[in-house]
Design a protein around this ligand. Sequence first.
Ligand SMILES: *Cc1c(COP(=O)(O)O)cnc(C)c1O
Length: 243
Amino acid sequence: MLIQSEYLRIMRVISNNLQAIRQEIQEKAASFGRQNTFIRLVAVSKTRSADEVLTAARLGQRDFGENYAQEGVEKILALREKFGSAEAPLVWHFIGPLQSNKTRLVAEHFDWVHSITRAKIAERLASQRPRHLSPLQVLVEVNVSKEASKSGCALDEVMPLCRLIMTLPGLALRGLMCIPAPTEDFAAQRLPFARLYALWEALRQAGLPLDTLSMGMSGDFPAAICEGSNLVRIGTAIFGART
Ligand SMILES: *Cc1c(COP(=O)(O)O)cnc(C)c1O
């Protein structure tokens, strides 16, 4: 439990940050001619406490992103108790690397998964998704940086993986996601985002039912919005630096 003064301080910081980020997303979208697109803001709450998530939820934030299955599930359960179902429910996005032995936790508790990189993971999530829940909303993570060390599916593997996901019960294919190598330069940030947008558009032209393009974090979301992102994943700029 947080003492009251500390709670109020965190509340003020998160409130100011959330307001500023929402406004900046609007402003960037308008300046790039995208004012009519809804851009979903996922607040990345990895390493943050359930109280911090609760604070953001009380300020109207609904989408939260987690990287670690166990940590995420603990928060999901804690928030279910603290944040009543009278209010609109929270939406939980799993955005971290996903190992086979963690798929069940994710399938049973999360609403979205952004980080599908191979068939085996998709198949496990599909078979482990409880039938009483709505389908897991999924994105394929793509390696747009052309670095072997970066996670994500190679560009030419994306279409077959998407087609496989479309055949699996319990999963709803929604789009693509990327985490480019960090750089401070705006023009350099745009390149990998433009590459993912082009692929997303090509798959849509080919008839795949994609409506979500998850790209942009605290340090590069303006460039991502410039290149067509409609879902940004922001942690540091909302909750502060992680230790
Ligand atoms: C941590 C993380 C984010 C948020 O990063 P910030 O720089 O704190 O905004 C977004 N996406 C993924 C996949 C992450 O792991």
